[in-house]
Design a binder for this molecule. Structure first.
Ligand SMILES: C[S@@+](CC[C@H](N)C(=O)[O-])C[C@H]1O[C@@H](n2cnc3c(N)ncnc32)[C@H](O)[C@@H]1O
Length: 342
């Protein structure tokens, strides 16, 4: 083997081990093993299996693997506690590494589906995401932890529309709201706003309703199953948000932008947040953008593709809404607003 090939092999093995450690972390997250070790402190395999309702033979094998990858440490023979690395995957901790584990297992699923579907070109749509019942409940929390801090730290300050709506106690509508994290964050930051979240996936609405109630926001936020293409709300909206949902309905963009225009109150704003698909392919080599390139393949399986902010701005213009583009997350994402004349 040439020296170059030996180096490449080492590098690929390092990456493969990284993926394995995230696979093992995912099992710990999905089956509550990390959470149980955190709640109970050091536990034997039997106790961990009993407290999580898992099969003890499986838990033993998982403990071996999690121990090998330093996600848990052994405190006594056959007794384990969370390591600092394992603790970093606890789903509720600020800055949790949980999204990386969920994304890795989801990516493996989507890669397999892309490989299978590529010969025939079939694009089965969003149901592919729902094919893994272990991943599905983690989709909302993954997005919330990945993007919630960006909303709080960057977008709410950069985009003036939120404060304007807050001032007169306006209505914010979130189309394709997922688990409702965006409206919850908005309600925390803007105490005058009330909100309606719509999503066509019932499990999302149930999660969103439960989480809003947990935060005592049930009087201000209402979530319902609804379709972006035709929904009815009693009052005109002061703000309509679409976070990572526009690319899901881009095939019917003329209708979507008409719907946005019609549901906005005079002076109201549509706020669209999407990945910022780069203008030139060479930008995809940027390590910060590589993930987006993979995700766009996975979007293709779902019948979607990522957008350039200018394309979104053009659609706003077509329906008479005044567009503005804000680049965020060092240009990885874009928020495009469209304002209706007062
Ligand atoms: C990538 S997720 C984003 C979820 C959420 N906005 C967030 O930021 O976490 C896209 C969401 O759009 C929803 N969606 C897609 N097409 C829809 C439609 N026609 N009507 C309502 N919701 C839709 C999906 O169910 C999914 O929850």
């Amino acid at each position: 083997m040439t020296a170059h090939l030996t180096e490449l092999r080492k590098e690929i093995m390092r990456r493969a081990q990284g993926a394995l450690s995230l696979d093992i972390a995912f099992i710990g997250i999905a089956n509550g093993l990390f959470a149980a070790l955190n709640d109970e402190g050091p536990a034997s395999v039997e106790r961990l299996a009993a407290s999580t309702g898992m099969d003890s033979a499986y838990v033993r094998r998982w403990c071996d693997a999690a121990y090998a990858f330093e996600l848990i440490d052994e405190t006594a023979p056959d007794e384990f506690q969370l390591s600092p690395l394992g603790r970093a995957f606890l789903a509720d901790e600020p800055g949790t590494l949980m999204p990386f584990a969920v994304q890795t297992v989801l990516s493996a699923h989507m890669a397999d589906r892309a490989a299978e579907l590529m010969p025939g070109g079939e694009r089965p749509g969003e149901r592919v995401l729902g094919e893994r019942p272990t991943i599905l409940p983690w989709f909302g929390p993954m997005l919330e932890h990945q993007f919630g801090p960006l909303l709080d730290k960057e977008i709410l300050d950069k985009v003036p529309a939120f404060e304007t709506v807050n001032k007169h106690g306006g209505l914010a509508v979130d189309l394709g709201c997922g688990n409702g994290w965006y409206l919850r964050a908005l309600a925390r930051r803007c105490p005058q706003i009330h909100g309606i979240g719509l999503d066509d996936f019932d499990e999302n609405i149930q999660q969103a309703t439960r989480l809003a109630a947990q935060e005592g926001l049930e009087k201000r936020l209402h979530f319902a199953v609804g379709d972006i293409h035709h929904f009815h709300i009693e009052e005109p909206a002061d703000l309509i948000a679409m976070n990572r949902s526009l690319h899901h309905v881009w095939n019917e963009k003329e209708n979507v932008f008409r719907v946005l225009q019609e549901h906005l109150a005079p002076g109201g704003v549509a706020v669209i947040w999407e990945p910022n698909w780069p203008a030139s392919r060479s930008e995809l080599r940027n390590p910060a953008l590589r993930g987006m390139a993979f995700q766009n393949l996975s979007e293709h399986v779902q019948g979607n593709h990522f957008l350039r902010p200018e394309e979104v701005a053009e659609q706003f213009q077509n329906v008479g809404l005044e567009p503005a583009i804000y680049l965020i997350a060092e240009g990885r994402d874009a928020v495009i607003t469209g304002t209706k004349a007062a």
